[in-house]
Design a protein around this ligand. Structure first.
Ligand code: G1P
Length: 271
């Protein structure tokens, strides 16, 4: 059973400047609710019991958001506002399941994952990238079901426009397992259009095996000098590990870019 999830949150959020100049992008409201709460709700609904946040000193604000008890207690004592009480209870519910680790240098997603090594207990764990919101269907829940069915690692996948392949990790697929699931033959981080093996992109939901840590600890930096999770996954696939690409059914929203962020607000308002 998959009971732990990790969320890399140390990213600088430069694509959302100026909004992220002094503010953590994951706390920006999307239709009145911080983006990170959508991600937490997805985890909880998928049966996750512990969520590890990978933050940095610059992102301490995220920890403060969940550890603001004194302030809430004072307001509740003075005003007895039922809405504030409700919100505080929700935050307490989240706080109970969150643990924090630090990645103070932005060395890439792979490096962020490595910081959680000592805390991971099971053979597999879930990772969610907070820039990627998936609405209308719980993608993590579907992926856990697929993991249980195929006893494999799973990565969310979506067809993208060919001209945008250099923005994503891109899959080369082999056998079809069923209508929405394929075995992965290869995955390349942000290839050029010429080198891209397909237009099937990695979206930020992964069920990863614990043995990824030994790959990551030996891994040399890749594209842009960063340690990419994609490169570690590629090494495991080359060694014969089974990874399934799941063509998810929900709607993908890119909250990490300004246009995507604005669009996410509009889409969620329609729900
Ligand atoms: C990361 C991954 C990339 C994936 C993308 C999905 O890229 O490295 O493989 O396709 O998330 O959003 P980033 O958004 O950090 O550039």
């Amino acid at each position: 059973m998959i009971k732990q999830a990790i969320i890399p949150l140390a990213g600088l959020g430069t694509r959302l400047l100026p909004l992220t100049g002094v503010f953590a992008k994951e706390l920006l409201p999307i239709h009145g609710k911080p983006g990170i709460e959508y991600i937490l709700d997805e985890c909880i609904e998928a049966g996750i019991k512990e969520v590890i946040f990978i933050i940095s000193k610059k992102k301490e604000m995220i920890k403060k958001y969940f550890y603001n008890d004194k302030f809430y207690k004072k307001i509740i004592r003075e005003k007895r506002d039922s809405r504030v009480i409700r919100e505080y209870k929700k935050i307490l519910k989240y706080k109970k399941i969150i643990k924090f680790v630090y990645q103070n240098k932005p060395l890439g997603t792979g490096d962020a994952v490595l910081k959680t090594k000592k805390l991971i207990k099971g053979k597999f764990f879930l990772m969610l990238l907070p820039d990627d919101l998936i609405i209308k269907k719980n993608c993590s829940k579907s992926m856990i079901n697929i993991h249980n069915r195929y006893k494999s690692s799973v990565i969310a996948s979506m067809n993208v426009k060919r001209k945008t392949v250099s923005r994503w990790g891109i899959f080369k697929l082999s056998n079809k397992l069923d209508k929405k699931n394929y075995l992965i033959k290869d995955v390349v981080e942000k290839p050029t259009i010429i080198n891209a093996p397909s237009n099937k992109a990695v979206i930020g939901r992964y069920i990863l095996p614990k043995n990824i840590f030994s790959k990551l600890s030996k891994q040399i930096p890749g594209k842009g000098g960063e340690i990419h999770i994609t490169d570690a996954i590629q090494s495991l696939i080359y060694e014969g590990d089974k990874f399934v690409a799941h063509n998810f059914s929900g709607k993908y929203l890119d909250c990490g870019s300004m246009n995507g962020y604005i669009k996410s607000n509009l889409e969620i308002a329609k729900l």
